[in-house]
Design a protein around this ligand. Structure first.
Ligand SMILES: Cc1cc2nc3c(=O)[nH]c(=O)nc-3n(C[C@H](O)[C@H](O)[C@H](O)COP(=O)(O)OP(=O)(O)OC[C@H]3O[C@@H](n4cnc5c(N)ncnc54)[C@H](O)[C@@H]3O)c2cc1C
Length: 538
């Protein structure tokens, strides 16, 4: 993939953006199903219309071979891909473009960037795939910086070593998800981490943000696959020992995981990789009540079973994604994987638990055996459609922007005892805010991950917005919703990271002395404070 193939403002590839007829279909859908007022049909933006503030930094001689300051490169490194980022891009507003963009090829060039930036007082923003949804790659930094330099890490894209005995691979941090697994396939191995942003995000970005993948239980975060990490900081380097596990003091990997570029730049990691499990078993359970589907998911995950998929989709989520004909049905998607035989028994146990709570399984269980090619996955229509839509869905958000529709998400994790009151109050706060600010709104809920101790709920909000005030309206709504999450003991993020956007809530949920200690570590590794200023801590 070259940068040119990707849209400069929207989620993915330019040629995969929704065309006029698909946009008409979406507009009709929200007008008919949600009773939204008739929406405008605005044209997609043009790069040629964008103007940028002049760069505050000259290209330094020592970085000249891998440094750019042209308009297109700066535009493409201005934002991540949050809804707010895409709205600003849609409006052709790239005012916070970085002054320079570097693309180092090795650690020597990377060190040269960090040294130059520390001396010049320039803020450094590491960029992997640039899919951050929390302002993590935006050079909108407070403080007295001479300018902002983005460090694009995509040249760090090699699979360096494979240890087939221990089932581990040493992978450079700038490698994109599909490229990692294409190369691992030569060894019959696979990194089992599939975030929805998989196609466009990198290993380094995942490690720096505690990314959440497709496993609903067990291996939920990228952290669960890490053996060691290597990070280059302005003043020091951290390379942890490659170990399956260790009891030696606070875990040094944990300093690096989730550090969001504020301490240094992750360059490579040894990751646990496995053969792709050839056997799977799946079922879609239908429920009449949301409380029942939630209890069923809790019982499955507390039973000792570890389903790869255990996703609750409330009836609004099913409606939004057109998964069922019946508007009142809540769904529980169940899936198990195995290496040696079909996991029929596990699926049967999970179905029985769900049936105990009132669930029905109209299409029955279905199985995939890749060793024989046997595949009856067509049997479960909602489950298959949900999978097909998973990677296509982000393009709809872009199309909705062009129709003056906010489609914004937030996610959390909370213990089971707190979930019912959190959910009731978050639903009320989000709906009240959408009705107050936009006149109407629609809220859909799903669980992306479930733990024996609690779920990770994920909310999608839709509301008609005024294209000229869309960001202000959406920020007021999100503030009301996430304030309620924090008031109820939830976290500001289960896997979308903190960045600049979630920092106020992150500060409400973390101990002040802990943040002081984090700042002290930052001072030790980054004495000039140039690494991604404004992210996580001030
Ligand atoms: C449509 C969509 C779907 C998404 N789905 C998911 C999902 O399913 N699960 C999930 O967890 N997230 C998801 N995200 C959020 C995002 O994709 C993740 O946060 C991802 O981990 C970011 O990876 P990246 O390579 O794009 O990193 P970037 O966006 O480039 O960077 C993210 C942060 O990490 C820092 N960083 C990047 N690389 C390095 C490095 N090598 N060293 C140090 N710091 C670095 C950056 O400075 C920034 O703060 C989604 C985003 C979008 C737009």
């Amino acid at each position: 993939m070259s940068d040119r193939d990707r849209s400069f403002w929207a989620w993915g590839y330019e040629d995969e953006l929704l065309g006029d007829s698909e946009r008409e279909d979406l507009a009709a859908f929200v007008e008919e199903e949600f009773d939204f007022p008739e929406r405008p049909r605005l044209d997609y933006p043009e790069l040629s219309n964008v103007t940028l503030p002049e760069s505050r930094l000259d290209v330094p001689d020592e970085l000249a071979d891998f440094c750019a300051a042209d308009k297109e490169t700066r535009v493409r490194h201005t934002y991540g891909r949050s809804w707010v980022d895409r709205v600003r891009g849609f409006r052709e507003n790239f005012d916070s473009a970085p002054d320079l963009v570097t693309r180092p090829e090795d650690e020597d060039e990377l060190r040269a960037v960090l040294e130059w930036a520390s001396d010049a007082g320039a803020a450094v923003v590491p960029v992997g795939g640039g899919t951050s949804v929390v302002g993590g790659v935006e050079g909108d930094v407070d403080g007295d910086f001479a300018g902002v330099v983005s460090v694009n890490l995509r040249e760090f894209d090699e699979l360096l070593e494979v240890d087939e005995t221990s089932r581990s691979a040493k992978i450079q941090a700038g490698k994109l998800g599909p490229d990692i697994n294409d190369e691992l396939a030569d060894y019959g191995l696979n990194l089992r981490h599939y975030p929805q942003s998989y196609r466009f995000s990198t290993l380094g970005g995942w490690l720096a943000t505690h990314a959440g993948g497709h496993y609903a239980t067990n291996y939920t975060h990228i952290d669960d696959f890490v053996e060691n990490v290597r990070m280059v900081a302005p003043d020091g380097e951290i390379e942890t020992r490659r170990l399956p596990s260790s009891g030696a003091g606070p875990d040094p990997n944990e300093l690096v995981l989730g550090s969001e570029g504020i301490l240094g730049i992750i360059t490579e990691a040894w990751m646990n990789v496995v053969p792709r499990p050839p056997y799977s078993a799946r079922a879609t359970m239908h429920f009449d009540s949301f409380d029942e589907v939630v209890t069923a998911a809790r019982r499955v995950v507390q039973s000792g079973l570890t389903p790869a998929n255990c996703r609750v989709l409330d009836k609004n989520h099913a409606k939004l994604n057109r998964l069922t004909a019946d508007a009142d049905t809540h769904l529980l998607l169940l899936g198990f994987e195995a290496n040696d035989a079909l996991p029929e028994e596990e699926l049967d146990r999970a179905i029985a638990l769900a049936e105990d709570e009132g669930g029905r399984c109209p299409a029955g269980a279905f199985y995939v055996d890749e060793t024989t090619g046997e595949d009856d996955r067509g049997a479960s229509e909602p489950e298959r459609r949900w999978r097909d839509e998973f990677f296509r869905d982000p393009y709809r958000t872009d199309a909705f922007i062009s129709l003056g529709v906010m489609r914004r998400t937030f996610e959390t994790a909370v213990t089971w005892d707190q979930f019912p009151s959190l959910h009731t109050d978050v639903t009320e706060a989000a709906m009240d805010a959408m009705e107050r600010v936009c006149g109407t709104g629609f809220l859909a809920t799903r669980f992306t991950h479930v733990y024996p101790e609690g779920p990770a709920p994920y909310y999608t909000m839709l509301a008609p917005v005024d294209p000229d005030r869309a960001i202000e309206q959406a920020e007021e709504i999100k503030q009301a919703a996430v304030d309620t999450v924090i008031d109820h003991g939830g976290t500001t993020t289960h896997h979308h990271a903190v960045g600049r956007a979630h920092k106020p809530w992150y500060h409400r949920e973390t101990p002040e002395d802990y943040r002081d200690a984090l700042r002290a570590m930052k001072r030790s590794l980054d004495p000039e404070g140039v690494m991604n200023p404004g992210v996580l801590v001030d």
